[in-house]
Write a protein that binds this ligand. Sequence first.
Ligand SMILES: *Cc1c(COP(=O)(O)O)cnc(C)c1O
Length: 490
Amino acid sequence: MNGQKASQPVLRQLPSLDRLLKAADGQTVIELYGLQLVTRIAREHLSVLRTELAQQLSNSASQLSFEPQALLTESELWGRIQLQCAQAMQSSLKPVINLTGTVIHTNLGRAVLADEALAQIQAVMQSPCNLEFDLERGERGERDDHIEQLLCKLTGAQAATVVNNNAAAVVLSLAALSKGREVIISRGEQVEIGGAFRMPDVMKAAGAKMIEVGTTNRTHLSDYAQAVSPKTAVLMKVHTSNYQVVGFTQNVSEGELASLSRTHSLFLVSDLGSGSLIDLRPYGLPHEPTPQELLAAGCDVVTFSGDKLLGGPQAGLIVGSHQAIQKIRKHPLKRALRISKLPLAALEATLKLYLRPERLVHSLPTLRYLSRDLFSIRQTAQALHGPLQTCLGQYFEVQLASMHSQIGSGALPIDLLPSEGVTITPKATLKRGRGSALKDLASALRSLPVPVIGRIQDDQLYLDCRCLEGPERVLEQLTALSALITKGRS
Ligand SMILES: *Cc1c(COP(=O)(O)O)cnc(C)c1O
């Protein structure tokens, strides 16, 4: 066997794993990443090299033009191993730069926490804490104790509790208040939120029977009234947070439903979704209903998210009457859906910021981004424009542009906020497809050390600068971007 014989001398040039690990380069890499990881990766590399070599040799043998392949030097091999060790140790979950124009972006982790919330997480997580311990009496306490009074003060509720997220808050509320009974809901409010949260399924999960009333565009108070039966437990309102029904429409407000629910001793539950704790109009933003408004209108329970407009960590806040919250708190599912101490610490600190509302526009990143003035956004865009042009100008047109951001996460889906940024368009002279050039650029931006996420729209890449408070984090990565693009071309 010709190939086999010819392969022998070259294969022998690959060092054994043992010898490889003992090399000076190897010791350095082991120092950095540990023997176990380095051994595994070195073994993989050797095995791949061995296979490749055998293949090359059998190819050249069959063509009778065999020439020994130049092997990697050992230190080149160590370079590759070290790179792969570094990649293996890199976090999968990492910071990114959100230039999508969507401020509360569910896929990008929604609200960015305030400094106060971060500091509180750090302070409380580094040591044991009084999570469920009453320091005054020296006995078992309640997790809710840390935020209940604060939430009541801010929303006007009699009682409050908190769970893992708003989806959990809705399921738990319905399970506690309407299990085995009927919940009346308008056909116009049969929402589906991203990630398989659909009202009919939520009702099923909670063990409630859903009674739909009205039509997609119009529902009247009489529709609810006629559907009430001895089996009814809850009148449900859902904020249609990710769509709007416009045109010939009619829906029944919480205020109108409150008297109906009181007459029949039902619970009026409202899933508010985003739920801002403050009136957003003074910040030049459209009005979004607040939990305090809905409670004042007569709701028994209002649920909303911690990480949408509130600007805090993932959490599901439930505020309402003593009676309803007591039932919810006692339900066995509460334990399964409870909030962990990490977001609880951040939530308390975030809620505290609302005690000084005049400072919110500085202290709460979500509100800061949403209310940021155009001039400041344009300054950031201008600072990016030149350097990006220099970096990409060979293949792309980079232009300053006005654009529109959105709040995101379902809040106010129709309203768009005027914003500024840059658009990047592939040059017409590009030989290959302009669409694929744009996708490659977006992909290069995503593979930077701190990935930059834009949005592709109308054959352009939009980089919306609303959430970028200074250009530095992007500018310092342009050398890396150049290298990626040049590599992609070669
Ligand atoms: C976002 C939203 C939910 C889900 O909240 P999470 O905090 O993501 O679990 C439920 N209902 C409405 C109306 C929403 O907008």
